[in-house]
Design a protein around this ligand. Structure first.
Ligand SMILES: *Cc1c(COP(=O)(O)O)cnc(C)c1O
Length: 461
């Protein structure tokens, strides 16, 4: 298994190279040279087995399958529900896929728990130590902190926008007590955090000096790990499924596309990305123009993203895997803040089975109340963006699965505002509030962040 860059100018690497690098050296994202064809899961196949089979197909010879299975079993033992991604019916033809049973109550755990295992395994073999940097709009940071706390071969640096994430989200990342986890609260928004991470990666000497690596949703291992639950949903429900995916960076939705490319969506599929008022993705699908608008704060902060990074992987496919074409789009976008896709790319994009639409803040909050009154369940604001979109365009020809990307308890203030109800943390998170928080506040400045990482390196064992 080889991985190539979407911008066509980086040497192919293996699975381990793609995972540890995050971003390719030419600024592109890694994708498999060809998609492996994977046997669909049996309905009774345990989640960790399915995950091991799918991840092994992506890893190729890089990791023995028995080791992969052991890692998947350890990773998914941390979930409170032993199906890992259970499906529950919310109405006729409408299902929720609950992806929030991991340690930090959001779907990011599904990928991060296995990635931390993979990293320690791969680094242990190569004798390297890495500095992992991660920009978060809320949930990635917590998931990474929970997964990497105590990792033997990696230091984790989490950049979050100061006071732009919910207190519970922050607690999950600032209370691990692990010496290898550093939290930086930056005076800026998520896009600033992401831009700093990009600048750090652009500095080759720094990357090599501190062994910089990333676990943002551009990391291929995350996409691979997230493709697993699309396959298990297909195995459980059969037939053609419309997945409605609350989207920000589009990693989760892209994982569904990848599952389909690997032959795992045997009944056929559609993916409807549902975004909040940060609607760059919806505009892009409608107009074929990538355009930047500043991120605005919404009730679904994990989706407050103005540049949906993973779209680049889809664009690569839509251009017929033409790295030069992708590079030219992103160069124009970088220079002018806007770039129009070619007619060929627009046409192909129109037939891959993916769409995107935006849901406004008022509809999101109203949906949380409506959903509760119809089912008795509290949903998180991100999930509500999805269920609103699903019910806005009801379908009888397919079964609809909305990805429930976080637990309501992670956003208690918004739940209270929308429904008047309390969403207490599950018992297993009980000690969170009692633990001390550790984070440093910094200006949104590359040099400041670089300084923190270098200081940590010098202090490392
Ligand atoms: C990260 C996140 C999303 C968006 O996922 P992408 O892969 O960035 O599209 C949606 N909901 C929640 C709760 C999240 O944490």
């Amino acid at each position: 298994m080889k991985y190539v860059s979407t911008r066509g100018q980086a040497a192919p690497v293996d699975f381990i190279g793609a995972c540890l690098a995050g971003l390719a050296p030419d600024g592109g994202l890694y994708v498999p040279e060809t998609y492996p064809q994977i046997a669909p899961p049996r309905p009774d196949e345990p989640y960790a087995h399915v995950a091991a089979r799918i991840l092994s197909a992506f890893a190729g010879d890089a990791i023995p399958e028995a080791d992969m299975l052991a890692m998947c079993e350890r990773a998914y033992a941390s979930f409170a529900h032993h199906s890992v991604a259970p499906l529950t019916q919310a109405g006729p033809g409408l299902w929720l896929m609950e992806l929030h049973h991991g340690p930090t109550l959001a779907f990011k755990d599904v990928a991060m728990q296995i990635i931390a295992q993979l990293y320690d395994y791969m680094l242990g073999k190569t004798g390297r130590r890495l500095s992992i940097v991660c920009a978060t709009s809320g949930d990635t940071g917590g998931a990474a902190a929970a997964a990497f706390a105590g990792a033997k071969h990696a230091d984790l640096f989490i950049l979050h926008p100061h006071e732009r994430i919910s207190p519970v989200q922050r607690l999950f990342m600032t209370t691990t007590g692990a010496p290898n986890v550093t939290n930086l609260a930056l005076d800026g928004d998520f896009d600033d955090c992401q831009a700093i991470v990009k600048s750090l990666f652009a500095d080759k000497a720094f990357v090599d000096g501190v062994g910089l690596s990333g676990v943002n949703s551009i990391n291929w291992a995350r996409i691979a790990a997230q493709s697993v639950y699309y396959a298990t949903a297909q195995a459980a429900l059969g037939g053609k499924i419309r997945f409605v995916v609350p989207s920000g960076n589009m990693g989760d939705a892209l994982a569904g596309y990848v599952a389909a490319r690997c032959g795992l969506m045997t009944g056929g599929f559609e993916i409807a990305c549902a975004v909040n008022e940060n609607d760059a993705l919806a505009r892009l699908f409608k107009t074929g123009i990538m355009s930047r608008a500043p991120a605005v704060a919404t009730p679904s902060p994990a989706m407050d993203i103005s540049v949906p990074s993973n779209f680049e992987r889809l664009l690569y496919e839509a251009t017929g895997r033409d790295g030069d074409a992708v590079r030219s789009v992103y160069d124009r976008y970088k220079q002018a803040g806007e770039a129009e896709l070619s007619d060929v790319a627009k046409n192909r994009l129109g037939c891959v089975g993916i769409t995107a639409s935006a849901v406004n803040n008022a509809d999101t909050l109203a949906e949380m109340a409506t959903f509760e009154s119809e089912t008795g369940w509290l949903i998180c604001p991100h999930t509500a963006v999805g269920t609103f979109e699903a019910r806005q365009s009801p379908r009888t020809d397919v079964v609809t699965v909305v990805l429930a990307t976080a637990a309501a308890a992670k956003f208690p203030e918004t739940v209270k505002e929308a429904t008047g109800l309390d969403a207490p943390l599950p018992h297993r998170c009980g000690s969170l509030l009692a633990r001390g928080e550790v984070f440093d506040r910094l200006p949104a400045d590359v040099a400041a962040v670089r300084g923190v990482i270098e200081a940590k390196m010098q202090a490392a064992p």
